[in-house]
Design a protein around this ligand. Structure first.
Ligand code: PRP
Ligand code: URA
Length: 207
């Protein structure tokens, strides 16, 4: 397993806009779309490829084509916000959905929906969620997709807390974790500090 914290200056710039409490919903989403594309570029760096013989207008050559299906798995709700950007970069990706809501008292995740494309056992599976706080939701989703046969798994979160990263590293040492940035800590309500607040509420304008 590898953990990669991107700390990309352009992501930091766009994330600062998202963190600002005065940023409106549509600007929040626009910046999340742009960050998702930047993260998709990094996350797919090692995507499996095979040789492909083609002819350019000049001569024959052996190029490359993707050799594995990609399945994106956004964790509902907030993970939906990363799908458009990833699909722009990987248009042939299939999408699985899993609904996981954190109980605000216990902070434990509760699953309420799951539907996946076939072939999850052979695909590169990229789990998407803007926030990795206690790690409870991500760990529960990783358990579910592994039960369904997923083996080649990446977890992609925009903002992580050290507590959540440790929890995922301990429970799923075979999963590669990509974070846009690692924040300081969790507060007493399980929110990431400084964070950006409740990602789902900010993305969908609920409160
Ligand atoms: C948020 C976020 C993650 C989870 C992170 O979702 O999108 O899924 O909390 O917290 P954890 O690491 O402590 O589990 P939430 O449960 O608030 O649901 P929502 O996306 O519907 O707002
Ligand atoms: N979920 C969020 O949306 N934000 C946090 O800071 C923690 C969990």
């Amino acid at each position: 397993m590898a953990t990669k914290i991107l700390n990309h200056n352009l992501i930091s710039h766009k994330l600062t806009i998202m963190r600002d409490r005065n940023t409106k919903t549509y600007i929040f989403k626009q910046n999340l779309d742009e960050i998702a594309m930047l993260m998709a570029y990094e996350v797919t760096r090692d995507i499996p490829v095979k040789n492909k013989e083609i002819e350019t207008p000049i001569c024959p050559m052996v190029g490359k084509e993707m050799s594995k299906d990609v399945i994106l798995v956004p964790i509902l709700r907030a993970g939906i916000g990363l799908v458009d950007g990833f699909r722009t970069i990987i248009p042939n990706a299939k999408i699985g959905h899993i609904g996981m809501a954190r109980d605000e008292e216990t902070l434990l995740p509760v699953e309420y929906y799951a539907k996946f494309p076939s072939g999850i056992d052979k695909a590169r599976v990229i789990v998407l969620d803007p926030m990795l706080a206690t790690g409870g939701s991500a760990n529960a989703v990783l358990d579910v997709i592994k039960q369904r046969g997923a083996k080649d798994i990446q977890l992609v979160c925009l903002v992580g807390a050290p507590e959540g990263l440790r929890a995922v590293e301990e429970a799923h040492p075979d999963v590669d974790v990509y974070l846009g940035t690692l924040d300081e800590r969790l507060n007493e309500k399980g929110y990431i500090v400084p964070g950006l607040g409740d990602a789902g509420d900010r993305l969908f304008g609920t409160d």
